[in-house]
Write a protein that binds this ligand. Structure first.
Ligand code: SF4
Length: 183
């Protein structure tokens, strides 16, 4: 990998996903050490940062947009990131996260909080801590502009590595050559 004086300011986040795509990032194993030399991880579920930072070069987003908090967060991320990568099928199509679109948020809440509940006889939805579900789960590109897409469930770690390597080296990224690693 070519050397670079400016480290890539990298953020990662999961919205409505299972975290499997982030596990794929960890599955790069020793290649993580290689990548780490060229990036500063400024925000991630792996590090304890509360506020999304400014001037991020690349944000990797796993998961779909399912709640009002997800929507607020992804807009803030877009405003503060030069590039956004939608990582995995949930971010790209909604995938498993969007299965609740088949029934609608109200039916999912009814089933989860009341029909199957042994308590909560008052039939109150939680409203103080839990973010409100949107009426429809959105893939990322329906909420914001997305620069790159890497499919898979999860996205294979080799595709994530090749993507990051190409970005660090300043090479043009050929999406088709990367998506061949998809499922
Ligand atoms: S694409 Fe698959 S592995 Fe990735 S967050 Fe969604 S369900 Fe999990």
């Amino acid at each position: 990998m070519k050397n670079s004086l400016n480290k890539l300011r990298l953020a990662t986040i999961w919205l409505d996903g299972c975290s499997g795509c982030h596990m794929s990032i960890l599955d790069m194993d020793e290649k993580l050490v290689e990548i780490a030399e060229y990036v500063d991880v400024v925000y991630s579920p792996y590090v304890d940062v509360k506020e999304f930072p400014k001037d991020v070069d690349l944000t990797i987003v796993e998961g779909a947009v399912s709640t009002d908090h997800d929507l607020e967060m992804i807009k803030k991320i877009r405003a503060n990131s030069k590039l956004i990568l939608a990582l995995g099928d949930c971010a790209i199509t909604g995938n498993i996260s969007a299965m609740k679109n088949l029934y609608g948020s109200n039916a999912v809440l009814q089933r989860g909080y009341f029909d199957l509940a042994d308590i909560n006889k008052e039939k109150n939805y939680p409203s103080k801590i839990v973010p409100k579900l949107l009426s429809k789960v959105l893939p990322l590109h329906e909420a914001i502009k997305v620069d790159y897409f890497l499919p898979g469930c999860p996205t294979p770690s080799i595709a994530i590595y090749e993507f990051l390597k190409a970005l660090i080296e300043g090479r043009e990224i050929h999406v088709h050559s990367l998506t061949r690693f998809g499922k």
